[in-house]
Design a protein around this ligand. Structure first.
Ligand SMILES: NC(=O)c1ccc[n+]([C@@H]2O[C@H](COP(=O)([O-])OP(=O)(O)OC[C@H]3O[C@@H](n4cnc5c(N)ncnc54)[C@H](O)[C@@H]3O)[C@@H](O)[C@H]2O)c1
Length: 339
């Protein structure tokens, strides 16, 4: 396997996961960038990376031999880091969501196509074996149609405050839900046609996020109808009272013939699904995989021309962003948004 050279921008949680993934597939990280030098150094020590930088522009121009930039910084930086990498003709693996709005997404697309580089957006969760399993079960007709897919995500105000910034990661409807939009359309093998949503800011009084000019919607119920007649729905809150440990409910897939409930979700992967078939109940476990490593390998294969497209393309990132924005419009207007 050819060796590439990766510049990792962002040494936080995702930077840590991506470092593990690149290392697991045997691809060298040649530099780590973070405005917090101690974070960059800690990760560099752990993964034996020689160079650290506190500025991505300098890293990109100095590391001439590196051919890949890994964008693992908060959402407001996805566009500028991608543009800098594209100008230097380096391929980009960018964390999800793609961008904050469609203008930014268009600018990313322009930079990528002008430079002729390869680009992927990181929806690694969809590579978990539990997703393909459900897709095959549904395709085989075991659940019957139509289907209802439910999801739930509960938490306190996120320690990463930028998640609550309307001009940052813009709350769970933008930051988290796109994983589920992709999951639903993968399992249903259909496209969304309408979205209805209600939501509010539960944490509006919390001092930790009072400094933002505008806070993001942190609590919502979002329902998407698909052309197939199937429905996906998610309840979410990142605004629970301090110290509340309300557990999130597991995902469920409900059809006229069968129903399923997700097993534990660890390392970004569902460990299994329990299928309910009349009085029968059967647990289907999956082998332990690390979706970030699968994603990293798929990206390398794409860069090397061994596959036509990455697992998630820029266009897909844009499509999922549009859904989040439609959900926010539905919340704001109280109207169903046709897609
Ligand atoms: N794929 C997933 O499942 C998943 C999960 C969580 C987060 N994410 C995405 O990953 C991205 C990063 O999130 P995270 O959870 O790792 O956040 P994080 O706060 O843990 O890490 C972000 C890092 O970026 C650094 N940073 C900020 N500004 C910088 C700059 N100008 N130059 C260099 N470094 C800078 C911060 O110091 C921090 O170390 C976000 O866009 C988020 O949406 C994806």
């Amino acid at each position: 396997m050819a060796k590439h050279g990766i510049i990792l921008v962002g040494a936080g949680d995702m930077g840590g996961h991506h470092s593990r993934a690149w290392t697991e597939i045997g691809q060298p990280i040649v530099a780590i960038v973070d405005i917090d030098g101690s974070r960059a150094q800690k990760l560099a020590d752990r993964y034996h990376v020689e160079r650290t930088f506190d500025d991505y522009q300098t890293a990109i121009s100095e590391m001439e031999d590196a051919d890949i930039v890994d964008v693992s910084v908060p959402l407001d930086l996805h566009l500028p880091v991608t543009v800098a990498a594209a100008r230097a003709k380096k391929h980009v693996l960018c964390e999800k969501p793609l961008a904050r709005d469609l203008e930014e997404a268009d600018a990313m697309q322009e930079a990528v196509s002008a430079a002729g580089i390869k680009f992927a957006v990181g929806f690694q969760r969809n590579l978990a074996p539990g997703v393909a399993f459900l897709q095959e079960e549904v395709r085989a007709g075991h659940f019957g149609r139509p289907l209802l897919f439910t999801a739930d995500g509960m938490g306190e105000v996120r320690p990463k405050r930028f998640m609550h910034d309307r001009f940052g990661n813009n709350g769970p409807v933008v930051d988290l839900m796109q994983h589920y939009f992709l999951l639903w359309e993968t399992v249903f093998e259909s496209e969304p046609v309408a979205i209805e949503a209600f939501g509010f800011i539960a944490a509006s009084e919390r001092p930790e996020i009072a400094h933002f000019k505008e806070r993001a919607i942190d609590t919502a119920v979002v329902t998407v109808r698909y052309r197939s007649g199937d429905v996906g729905t998610m309840t979410v809150s990142w605004g629970l009272a301090a110290g509340t440990r309300l557990p999130s409910l597991p995902e469920r897939l409900i059809g006229p013939k069968q129903a399923a409930i997700a097993g534990p979700f660890r390392d970004f992967s569902w460990q299994g699904w329990t299928i309910y078939d009349g009085p029968k109940e059967e647990y289907h476990p999956f082998p332990a995989v690390y979706p970030h490593a699968l994603q990293a390998q798929a990206f390398i294969d794409y860069v090397e021309g061994k596959r036509q497209a990455p697992p998630s393309t820029l266009q897909e990132g844009k499509r999922l962003l549009r859904l989040s924005l439609a959900a926010l419009t539905a919340i704001e207007t109280g109207q169903v948004v046709a897609l």
